[in-house]
Design a protein around this ligand. Structure first.
Ligand code: ADP
Ligand code: MG
Length: 325
């Protein structure tokens, strides 16, 4: 239902007591049914933005609309949003099923109905077999599934997730990533997922919103943001790019679009790193510009280079993206 449950931030500002501006005049439309990642370095205002959407933090200026209705003044439970916290915040003395059913108990839903609904939610996250356990008897990944079920039982239109994968080991993180994506598709609701990891955002997001210093730096599809960063900050933060100062201005170019060639910019190799499918070769060119080239490993080892070697670097002009800042 396009437009049905769009979430819109309209000139939203958050100023904490003491004067720090955590979110500065941010406007953005989060489309219904999309997986959006809010991406940016620590301290850029991601959690503040999420907490304002959830209603856990007051908005200093601006408003938040869900389905066109201003929800800025509503308490969290009445907004149509639900938040999954980084720490999961499960009640230690309640069973898994009781944790999941908790918010329905608060709403006065009778026991049979809320336990039935909790059962459905546990099935959704594949935790039916562990319904009677206490949180302390679960692994980190299992606790996270319970936290998800608990957030989803309120039937939110928008699920808010603040660094949901950061406590997991790398293997589990990738598995849970796929789970989150599957859940979002199955439920058809919007997920707004805060992360400081660009690989996580690329893997999950229909749309990436890059934040920097309390503002939105760039928003777009994962491919657009990665392939065509508009600012030096985005190019550097997404990684895998070079920022080149050329006579015509500043440009970004993907590191895998830079190759060793017979003709091209002169440079001296400064480091060589084997990365599996690619070799990351860094070379210093005129003006002390360090340029990173990701070279397919077979190609590299056909004519390997070492630090100190003189090389020439080339790229297609069409791969350069002009930076606006
Ligand atoms: P992120 O989630 O991107 O790391 P936050 O939204 O947590 O960023 O923080 C943004 C800025 O607001 C930071 O400078 C942080 O120190 C400040 N901040 C966050 N919460 C509070 C608070 N409760 N009181 C005062 N300053 C805060
Ligand atoms: Mg945060």
């Amino acid at each position: 239902m396009r437009g049905g449950h769009d979430l819109e931030l309209v000139h939203v500002t958050k100023r904490y007591a003491g004067g720090a501006v955590a979110v500065a005049d941010v406007s953005h439309l989060f489309r219904a049914g999309s997986y959006v990642c809010l991406l940016g370095p620590s301290g850029c205002g991601k959690s503040s933005t999420l907490r304002m959407i959830a209603g856990h933090e007051a908005i200093t200026e601006g408003s938040i609309l869900l389905s066109g209705k201003d929800v800025s003044a509503l308490p969290p439970a009445q907004r149509g949003t639900a938040m999954m916290f980084q720490s999961y915040a499960l009640f230690p003395h309640l069973s898994v099923a009781e944790n999941v059913a908790f918010s329905l108990k608060m709403k006065g839903v009778d026991k049979a109905a809320r336990m039935r609904r909790a059962g459905e939610m546990l099935e959704l996250v594949d935790m039916t077999a562990l319904a009677a356990r206490l949180p302390a008897q679960l692994s980190g990944g299992q606790q996270q599934r319970v936290a998800l079920a608990r957030a989803l039982i309120t039937d939110p239109q928008v699920l808010l997730l603040d660094e949901p994968l950061s406590a997991l080991d790398p293997f589990l993180r990738i598995r849970m990533r796929a789970e989150l994506k599957r859940l979002q598709r199955e439920l058809g609701i919007s997920f707004i997922h805060v992360t400081h990891g660009q690989d996580e955002a690329l893997a999950l997001a229909d749309e990436i919103v890059v934040m920097n210093s309390a503002r939105i730096e760039q928003a777009g599809s994962a491919r657009d943001v990665f392939n065509a960063p508009q600012t030096e900050f985005v190019a550097r933060f997404m990684g895998g790019h070079n920022v080149l100062a050329l006579p015509q201005g500043r440009f970004a170019i993907r590191a895998d679009a830079v190759r060793l060639a017979a003709q091209g910019a002169e440079a001296v190799v400064t480091s060589v790193e084997f990365q599996g499918a690619h070799v990351a070769l860094t070379a210093r060119a005129a003006g002390d510009q360090d340029i990173l080239a990701l070279i397919p490993e077979e190609q590299f080892f056909a004519d390997p280079k070492s630090p100190g070697d003189a090389v020439r670097l080339a790229w297609d002009e069409g791969r350069l993206h002009r930076l606006s800042a």
